[in-house]
Design a protein around this ligand. Structure first.
Ligand SMILES: *[C@@H]1O[C@H](CO)[C@@H](O)[C@H](O)[C@H]1NC(C)=O
Length: 278
């Protein structure tokens, strides 16, 4: 290959390879015992460290928000230890949790929480979060979200933060992709007849405006247990298949877990198995 062609193809690779990352709602309390160095988060730290070429967004949530104190980690040594370990990894961004109650949360309360999250980094970068997770986002509340996200970017000094909007279901309107860096378009069990089931690239295509939006989209499959809707066993082999298909579809972000958001060690989709499947 000529030098020019080599340079051109390297450039192409850099611009066209959108690495699929992990978007983990880490609602697990960091410690099993007080001041144990965030033992409960160790499987996450290990999994992220083992996949240094995979970007991770880790949503932290001490109290349905940043907590009342406004201090880093809500002034909890266990949170401070866990955050410090996650933030030490170059491929991890920690993200602070707020909820919008489908566009009905008081904007003053929401903004006050965002200001608290932004302030966690003012005393030490170890405890900084690098974005905000807007849970319970609604596709009926564009102006509300737009106001909140504009406020967020200013509160964080317009750094390279990530705004993550959890709609939990299809987002076909392209305007949301102009304000949310990450758009969660599926949040459901693998295969519960009462809820939407996960069908890999069929779900990704159906729930986004088109292939050009896949790299901003995210899917979250909780209760990865039993069998899939098309009758395959939910094991680590199928997990690997789903991750490969998502990467081939240029999906931005994904998360699979077997024990809901309060366990990272329940199999088959433990956080370690998820990392190994990459
Ligand atoms: C704001 O944060 C507080 C404390 O964590 C939480 O109780 C409240 O529900 C949050 N409200 C919103 C709208 O995020």
């Amino acid at each position: 290959m000529s030098l020019l062609r080599a340079a051109a193809s390297a450039l192409l690779a850099a611009s066209s390879v959108a690495a699929t990352g992990v978007l983990l709602p880490l609602y697990v309390y960091p410690s099993a015992e007080y001041n144990d160095g965030a033992a409960n988060w160790k499987p996450v730290v290990d999994a992220a460290a083992a996949t240094s070429n995979v970007p991770w967004l880790v949503v932290v949530n001490p109290a349905d928000g940043p907590g009342g104190t406004g201090l880093p980690g809500n002034d909890d040594v266990n949170y401070i230890s866990g955050l410090t370990q996650l933030n030490a990894l170059a491929n991890v961004q920690t993200i602070g949790y707020v909820h919008t109650e489908y566009g009905t949360s008081s904007m003053d309360v929401l903004q006050s929480n965002i200001t608290k999250w932004a302030s966690w980094g003012s005393s030490s970068s170890d405890t900084a979060v690098q974005g905000i997770f807007f849970d319970e986002s609604s596709t009926n509340s564009f102006e509300y979200l737009n106001t909140a996200i504009t406020f967020t970017r200013t509160a964080f000094g317009n750094q390279q933060i990530k705004t993550v909007c959890n709609f939990g279901s299809a987002v076909k309107a392209t305007e949301f992709y102009t304000i949310c860096d990450v758009v969660i378009v599926f949040e459901s069990a693998l295969n519960d007849p009462n809820y939407p089931v996960y069908e890999s690239t069929t779900t990704i295509a159906a729930n986004t405006p088109g292939a050009g939006y896949h790299d901003q989209a995210a899917v979250i499959v909780h209760d990865y247990v039993g069998t899939s809707a098309d009758g395959r066993t939910a094991d680590t082999t199928l997990l690997h298949t789903y991750i490969q298909e998502a990467r081939d579809a240029d999906l931005g972000w994904l998360y699979f877990c077997s024990g809901g958001y309060n366990s990272v060690t329940t199999g088959p989709a433990t956080v370690g198995a998820l990392a190994a499947a990459f």
